[in-house]
Design a protein around this ligand. Sequence first.
Ligand code: C2E
Ligand code: CA
Ligand code: CA
Ligand code: CA
Length: 278
Amino acid sequence: AKANGGSGMRVYTPDLGTQNAERFEMEKGLHKALEREQFRLVFQPQIALGTGAVYGAEALVRWESEDRVIPPCEFIPLAEDTGLVVPIGLWVLRQACAEARRWADAGMAELVVSVNLSAQQLETNDFPATVRKVLEETGVAPNRLCLEITEYSAVQNLDRCIKLLKELTDIGVIIAIDDFGTGQSPLVLLKRFPVQTIKIDPSFVRDMSEDSGGEAIVRAVIAMSHSLGLTVTAEGVETEEQLEILHRMECDRIQGYYTGRPMASDAFVAYYRGVASG
Ligand code: C2E
Ligand code: CA
Ligand code: CA
Ligand code: CA
């Protein structure tokens, strides 16, 4: 039972054995997917609440395997475990910037594209230099790119993270804290992060409609963010009621199924033109 070189624990339970086999298959699949560029981005609109204008879109990755489209929740965790999230993330960054460039060329130069960043990516060798290079290659202005990091990943190695974020904001890109409110970090930490935007997690937005104090929490987060000079995007907005509450609270932007599901880049261009022409 020691056949696994000390980590023999794995082989004792049949369930884990099956899981490992599945994970191994999926890991092989991910390598192949990278080689063959089987990934695809979809874009979810972000709307400015004050004006109703399209602010930009968040790029979300999909894996088009041979037999189905696999959502990120099914492969990003494994990609994190295996380090594959670094090359996948680089592909996403390049691709998202290439689309932003196409939007700019089509007369939509003010749009901001948001890209999810895993902690590992941030910690790869000189990530800020990689970002600078991708921006140069694609000809995208730095302030048209927003990088989303989760609160959790940010506090793992606080000082280093702050230094890297500082370098990124010096380049001119926008930094957003994703899934805000779901992590363990104390609010005072926010003051130390060189970030411009907070994304309120959908769980809080959902609670707003239920008289459960959720509304008070969202109002407090918005007020606090504004007093720190940060803008706020509320995520997971699914109803007109939620939109109206957030509008009254002077939330800056919303993103959710109510204003638009994730869509292909071409569909997003059409969406933008539809909104712009009223
Ligand atoms: P996230 O960054 O919090 O992205 C928002 C997720 O919420 C997306 O799921 C989106 O489709 C979904 N969503 C948007 N509006 C609504 C709504 O109104 N209601 C509900 N119920 N859901 C909504 P998706 O695309 O499945 O992505 C899931 C997560 O996978 C993302 O969460 C992000 O953490 C991760 N992810 C996606 N793309 C990438 C990527 O390129 N790199 C990395 N590292 N992670 C990614
Ligand atoms: Ca995100
Ligand atoms: Ca989020
Ligand atoms: Ca997330």
